[in-house]
Design a protein around this ligand. Structure first.
Ligand SMILES: N[C@@H](CCC(=O)N[C@@H](CS)C(=O)NCC(=O)O)C(=O)O
Length: 236
């Protein structure tokens, strides 16, 4: 029997989603517990994650009620760290390839998608960033993609794909709805630009990734749109 694994998550959290994606793709047994981030329970901060953020995983120890976490389980936080942890737990899942060069490529892709897509997109949607840096970041990541365009690295789903997938869903929302604190129309413009020949490989990859059953299982598109509408209200 594998050790117990509980994922504390929030359904609209992109960081939680990447961890859930990796668990599902690895066929890993786990228990998901939805944390109310608005009325965060005291026990979550005192017993699970002192920083109070999701995702957090408890691993090992007795199988207990998630609301009464055991002091005997390991508590693992930070989505990219959890992705690596899952790849270590399930070495035959393909979440990380076996050969060192491909493993380095997966790690580089995770680093790049965090620095060059997550950060600029985060700033852009809040009205603090620039359109150009979003495009430049996407171009950088596109340059790392396999020619086939099916996966980020090699011919198998890895934690690199899990890491970028939630960002791709949010990018699609921004380009389809224009929701964000950037000037009106810039989200649509970004969408048009991404449809052009310069971004063919990226677009093919996005389409492929968004069709995966694991993505559909973990993604509440309408929920994210509603949340974005309340969070990113334009002030002018
Ligand atoms: N760097 C962290 C970010 C996690 C994070 O910001 N989680 C948000 C939800 S998307 C959260 O739990 N916020 C609740 C809070 O800060 O109180 C990771 O990658 O896991």
């Amino acid at each position: 029997m594998p050790e117990q694994l509980t994922l504390y998550l929030h359904k609209l959290s992109p960081f939680s989603q990447k961890v859930e994606l990796a668990l599902i793709e690895a066929n890993a047994p786990y228990r998901g517990y939805h944390v109310d981030l608005v009325n965060k329970p005291e026990w979550f901060t005192s017993k699970v994650n002192p920083v109070g953020k999701v995702p957090t995983v408890t691993y090992g120890g007795p199988s207990v009620d998630p609301e009464e976490p055991s002091s005997l389980s390991a508590k693992i936080t930070e989505s990219n760290v959890i992705l690596e942890f899952l790849a270590d737990l399930y070495p035959d899942s393909g979440l990380l390839p076996k050969d060192p060069v491909s493993r380095a490529k997966v790690r580089f892709f995770i680093d790049a998608s965090t620095k060059h897509v997550e950060a600029p997109l985060h700033d852009f949607v809040r009205g603090d960033g620039s359109y150009e840096s979003v495009l430049k970041g996407i171009e950088f990541v596109q340059g790392l993609l396999e020619e086939s365009g099916d996966f980020a690295v090699g011919d198998h789903y890895t934690i690199a794909d899990a890491c970028i997938s939630p960002l791709l869903t949010r990018l699609k929302i921004i380009t389809e709805t224009d929701i964000g604190r950037f000037p009106v129309g810039l989200g649509f413009k970004l969408g048009e630009e991404l449809k052009g020949p310069k971004f063919t490989k990226f677009t093919k990859y996005v389409d492929q990734i968004l069709e995966r059953p694991s993505l559909k299982q973990t993604y509440d598109k309408e929920g994210v749109i509603t949340y974005f509408k309340t969070l990113f209200v334009r002030t002018q």
